[in-house]
Design a protein around this ligand. Structure first.
Ligand SMILES: *Cc1c(COP(=O)(O)O)cnc(C)c1O
Length: 416
């Protein structure tokens, strides 16, 4: 659901004009819509309403405390991939017992902290991790709840950098090895087997790969139950895509009904966990930026804006498309621009060949930037990261101050 709409030629987030956000908080600035975030979360929760389930928002998509807090208030669980994300969830009022911990490289101290606060489940990605978790747990006398993240070897048919379910990927355990590892886990004193997990990739725009993956996971669940290993949940990961450029991803309701139909057909009633990130936060945010300069070199026209790849990395990293819209629509002959930032890299672009009617000082909104936007931002070129604003009806809340330049090097020391 999008809450960014034009009224009399002015782009609004809910009932707040983006122009007013820029005036109050400057640019570049991330703007989120509370209504969109909540509607997107509820769409998943309601879609699975007929089945025991937990929506675990993937924190890496957007880890702002205000975002996490709003979702926690709705009852959300969380998927974290680091100790840092776990601390964010706790600081935002999320419940530890609704947290699943994913990732291929969990450190010992991260495991200890997660055990100490009592998370729902570790999604374990290798035999070595399983053994370490068994050892780490040893000192603390609580058994670690575990799901093995299996790799079902399905092609998510998405960008190779965000495709994780093929057997060549670094993620997960080959599904064929899983029965042996579950048997090993069962013998471990400090491990409690609770589930099975998979996550096949991101920005997936059809239900087929999800259904194929779940089907293979259900085969495994059956095999395990024959071995006397009974699970409590199946985690199908995240990955549902959004419409950046006219894609037509299934709505959460269709995604859910495809999974639930398969569960029913296979006579499976286990609790389902899902880990959507992008589909909850993506279209709920935009990056507001100002045109600094227009310039022409040879045949190309450039719009140099004050946001850059350090603020929004997706175009540079994945060649990803984000719609770029004028904050104030004006009538006039458009020109075709390369929309670029000030960073000293040729890959520092936000959009190629965009038809815009703009002048220096105009505001642009880079759409669908609520997921993997601020959470991937860096300080490259010693650029302060943007402010973040949450719009709620006619109100705007500054949910993260713009970074101070002095803070960027405050922790650095000269040689004595
Ligand atoms: C990134 C990730 C997600 C979220 O993916 P989206 O495409 O944003 O829904 C969920 N689970 C795991 C394990 C991930 O790595």
């Amino acid at each position: 659901m999008t809450c960014f709409t034009y009224r009399n030629g002015q782009l609004y987030a809910e009932d707040v004009a983006l122009q007013d956000v820029a005036r109050a908080h400057g640019t570049p600035c991330y703007v989120y819509s509370r209504a969109a975030l909540e509607a997107n979360w509820r769409a998943f929760d309601q879609a699975f309403a007929g089945h025991d389930h937990l929506v675990c928002f993937a924190v890496k998509a957007n880890s702002n405390l205000a975002v996490l807090n709003l979702l926690a208030r709705l009852g959300s669980g969380f998927d974290v991939v680091s100790g840092g994300e776990l601390e964010r969830v706790l600081a935002a009022g999320g419940e530890a017992r609704k947290v699943v911990f994913s990732g291929v490289g969990k450190r010992e101290d991260e495991m200890q902290r997660a055990l100490e606060v009592g998370i729902l489940c570790f999604n374990v990605e290798s035999e070595a991790e399983l053994q370490r978790l068994n050892r780490v747990e040893g000192g603390m006398r609580r058994r670690a709840p575990v799901a093995l993240r299996v790799n079902p070897d399905v092609d998510a048919r998405t960008h190779p950098y965000i495709s994780t379910g093929l057997s060549s990927s670094k993620f997960g355990i080959p599904i064929a090895d899983a029965p042996r590892l579950y048997a090993e886990a069962k013998t471990m004193a400090h491990i409690e087997i609770t589930g099975v997990d998979c996550h096949i990739g991101s920005q997936i725009t059809e239900v087929g790969p999800f259904v194929d993956a779940l089907n293979r996971v259900l085969d495994l669940v059956d095999e395990l139950s024959k071995q006397g290993i009974v699970l409590r949940h199946i985690d199908t990961g995240g990955g549902l895509g959004i419409a950046y450029q006219g894609e037509q991803p299934p709505a959460p309701a269709r995604y859910a009904s495809a999974l639930l139909e398969l569960m029913q057909r296979r006579g499976q009633t286990l609790k389902l966990l899902i880990e959507p990130g992008r589909a909850i936060a993506g279209d709920a945010g935009a990056l507001l930026t100002k045109v600094e300069y227009l310039k022409q070199t040879g045949a190309r026209r450039f719009a140099v804006v004050d946001a850059a790849m350090n603020d929004l990395l997706r175009p540079a990293l994945y060649d990803a498309y984000h719609a770029i819209q004028p904050v104030h629509q004006q009538r006039g002959a458009t020109e075709v621009y390369e929309v670029v930032g000030p960073v000293c890299e040729t890959s520092d672009f936000l959009g190629h060949e965009r038809a815009l009617y703009i002048a220096e000082g105009d505001l642009l909104a880079i759409m669908d930037a609520g997921a993997y936007g601020m959470s991937m931002a860096s300080n490259y070129n010693t650029r302060a990261r943007p402010a973040e604003v949450m719009v709620d009806g006619a109100k705007m809340h500054l949910v993260r101050e713009r970074e101070q330049i002095s803070a960027l090097f405050a922790a650095e020391r000269l040689l004595l």
